[in-house]
Ligand binder design. Structure first.
Ligand code: CO
Length: 134
């Protein structure tokens, strides 16, 4: 059911330092920061040959990244995103196995303008999983 790894999202406590590290130390192609007010994050896309890394930094008071960084002060992997062909079919199949979908269970439009869902980390080995329909 799941296809390619679309991205790994890493919450960073210092966005400029994170950008500099990926661009200057690791030598990756790094985008300009993009504010995503609907998601409460500022995102930087790091383009790798086979996938992307997204550096996430809190935007606004209700950012979901804020609490994560309070628990993980050095930053950390926030979620992984797998591609699916049909997000509704994937959701229904997962729900039938007892996996919990976050929110109201309906896909939202994600940072790439495509439908996404998040799956409860407790159902996936402590890892927040994002599904993106491509
Ligand atoms: Co994501």
């Amino acid at each position: 059911m799941i296809g390619r790894l679309n991205h790994v999202a890493i919450a960073v406590p210092d966005l400029e330092a994170g950008i500099a590290q990926y661009r200057d130390v690791l030598g990756a192609k790094v985008s300009e920061p993009q504010d995503e007010p609907d998601h409460g994050v500022t995102v930087v896309f790091v383009e790798l040959p086979n996938t992307k890394i997204e550096l996430l930094y809190p935007l606004g008071e209700n950012s979901p990244i804020k609490a994560f960084l309070e628990k993980n002060t050095a930053g950390g992997i926030h979620h992984v995103c797998y591609e699916v062909d049909d997000i509704i079919a994937a959701r229904d199949k997962l729900k039938a196995t007892g996996a919990r979908v976050l929110g109201d269970g309906d896909p939202k439009i994600g940072a790439h303008g495509k439908p996404v869902l998040f799956l409860h980390p407790k159902d996936f080995n402590g890892t927040l999983v994002e599904l993106e329909q491509v």
